[in-house]
Write a protein that binds this ligand. Structure first.
Ligand SMILES: CC(C)(COP(=O)(O)OP(=O)(O)OC[C@H]1O[C@@H](n2cnc3c(N)ncnc32)[C@H](O)[C@@H]1OP(=O)(O)O)[C@@H](O)C(=O)NCCC(=O)NCCS
Length: 175
């Protein structure tokens, strides 16, 4: 494992973050990442002074639930498979764990590596159609809006230990 450091990003990191985003995602996704820069928290992993990956997140309320959302996570291709994504995700989880009821992330069904990555970290995968059939269309749409998952068809969830009473209605419906 290379010597690395996880820290919160400052404005000075925005160019490096967007450079990785351009390497990894389509231009549309890069626009979303850029647009949300002022309204999100970003953790970066630095390897020998270079930003090797980032995790962009925000927290919101949904029907009384406190949700933290992994908006985007990306590791530059040359640094993949070295545990950097895991370090970013684990640092983020440690930081928000006691303040939220559930963590969510979203992706598209073709992105198997992303689903494997989140599953490995204890997230349960819900295809959008399953959410629609259990929660109903309106409720699912409201959830998708809350977590800004407009382009995705898979939502991944991990309840925290401080799970509130309020979360049980959602989890029980999905079980
Ligand atoms: C998903 C991503 C962030 C993982 O980062 P990473 O630093 O390579 O991940 P790690 O090295 O910490 O891997 C942790 C686990 O995730 C899984 N994983 C990661 N990349 C994988 C891949 N390409 N295929 C299958 N499993 C993968 C593995 O199970 C791995 O466990 P292992 O080391 O025991 O094999 C990275 O692959 C990436 O940037 N992907 C493109 C962007 C993306 O799809 N982001 C998610 C949607 S926003």
């Amino acid at each position: 494992m290379l010597p690395s450091k996880i820290r919160y990003a400052s404005r000075r990191d925005y160019n490096s973050i967007l450079k990785i985003a351009l390497e990894v995602f389509s231009k549309r996704h890069v626009r979303y990442i850029r647009r949300m820069l002022p309204r999100t928290c970003i953790l970066v992993c630095e390897v020998e002074g270079e930003v090797a990956g980032f995790l962009q997140y925000f927290s919101r309320r949904y029907n009384g639930l406190r949700i933290s959302v992994v908006y985007y996570i990306a590791v530059a291709p040359k640094y993949r498979g070295m545990g950097i994504g895991s370090m970013l995700l684990e640092t983020f989880e440690d930081d928000i764990w006691s303040d939220v009821d559930i963590i969510m992330a979203s992706t598209w069904a073709e992105n198997k590596s992303s689903m494997t990555f989140f599953e490995k970290h204890g997230y349960t995968i819900y295809p959008l159609r399953k959410l629609v059939s259990t929660l109903g269309y309106r409720e699912t749409l409201s959830l998708v809006k809350t977590i800004e998952a407009f382009d995705d068809n898979v939502i991944m969830m991990k309840p925290t230990v401080r799970i509130a009473e309020d979360v049980s209605w959602l989890i029980s419906k999905l079980e």
